[in-house]
Design a protein around this ligand. Structure first.
Ligand SMILES: [Zn+2]
Length: 277
């Protein structure tokens, strides 16, 4: 299972610009399991007749700032999707609730759907998103880090570099897929202890991490599992993956074959020739 990472969530965040300024008139809850706080009735009440002021992304979290001063946070987790405008039919409502766990209805009668096949997603209304534990513990955004800061962050840490890249407290937004891709592009073996990297390797890793994420954003993310853009269309970046999910296939850079190992419980793909231990 692949969770949407920074490029996928950033894609949705940018596409959600179309709902900024819209007023929510109702919330249709078909499965309250995805509502983490407050309780369903209060959740609906808190959202009625408020406007979407601004949408922010922090790591893999989306934050909808509301005209009431509160915020709605959305974590897609494994199978969450946001779809706008909804593919459901309004009025007769024959399709209503088939996929959408929660739908937000706006004053112009359009719907924003939150779909979530496996129900791991999390919707919350919070007074101040900055005070959330998740936010307080979140590492810096990759694009806010320069070479000097990255070296300071790595310090003398012995953690395996791929595990560290995926640690949201170390750096935010990177998950299994983009950690694999960035390490391949930087020619660094995923099992290398962070403190074994040379300064040159550290610089290259930061550069390739940013490049990978930027490219993925340009192609609207990777649709390998349930992730789709706001329109419901898949992202197009999966076809540019160099190593992810390519076990046994030929490396694009050499004659080697892509290998898969399990690292920290996650499928880890690399080229044993390009990325030496
Ligand atoms: Zn190779």
């Amino acid at each position: 299972m692949t969770m949407p990472e920074l490029p996928e969530v950033e894609t949705i965040k940018r596409e959600l610009n179309v709902i900024i300024g819209k007023k929510i008139t109702d919330v249709i809850v078909n499965n309250a399991k995805v509502i983490k706080e407050p309780k369903k009735e209060k959740f609906i009440k808190d959202l009625r007749n408020v406007k979407i002021k601004q949408i922010i992304r922090k790591g893999k979290l989306l934050i909808f700032e509301l005209s009431s001063g509160k915020s709605l946070t959305v974590h897609l987790k494994m199978t969450g999707q946001l779809i706008y405008p909804s593919h459901q039919k309004l009025g007769g409502g024959v399709n209503l609730g088939k996929i959408a766990r929660v739908s937000f209805k706006f004053s112009d009668n359009t719907l924003l759907d939150f779909n979530d096949r496996r129900l791991f997603g999390e919707l919350k209304i919070v007074d101040d998103w900055r005070k959330l534990k998740f936010i307080r513990e979140l590492g810096p955004e990759p694009f806010d880090i320069d070479a000097k800061k990255f070296k300071q962050m790595l310090g003398n840490r012995k953690t395996k570099i791929k595990v560290l890249l995926m640690d949201q407290k170390f750096i935010s937004g990177i998950g299994n897929l983009y950690a694999n891709e960035a390490l391949f592009r930087a020619k660094i073996h995923p099992q290398r202890p962070a403190n074994s990297l040379s300064d040159k390797e550290k610089d290259l890793l930061l550069k390739e991490t940013k490049n990978t994420l930027l490219e993925a954003i340009r192609y609207k993310g990777s649709s390998v599992d349930q992730y789709v853009q706001l329109s419901g269309k898949p992202g197009e970046y999966a076809r540019y993956h160099q190593v992810y999910d390519r076990e046994g296939e030929k490396c694009f850079k050499c004659e080697g074959k892509i290998k898969r190992i399990s690292l920290g419980g996650r499928g880890t793909y690399f080229c044993p020739i390009c990325q030496k231990l």
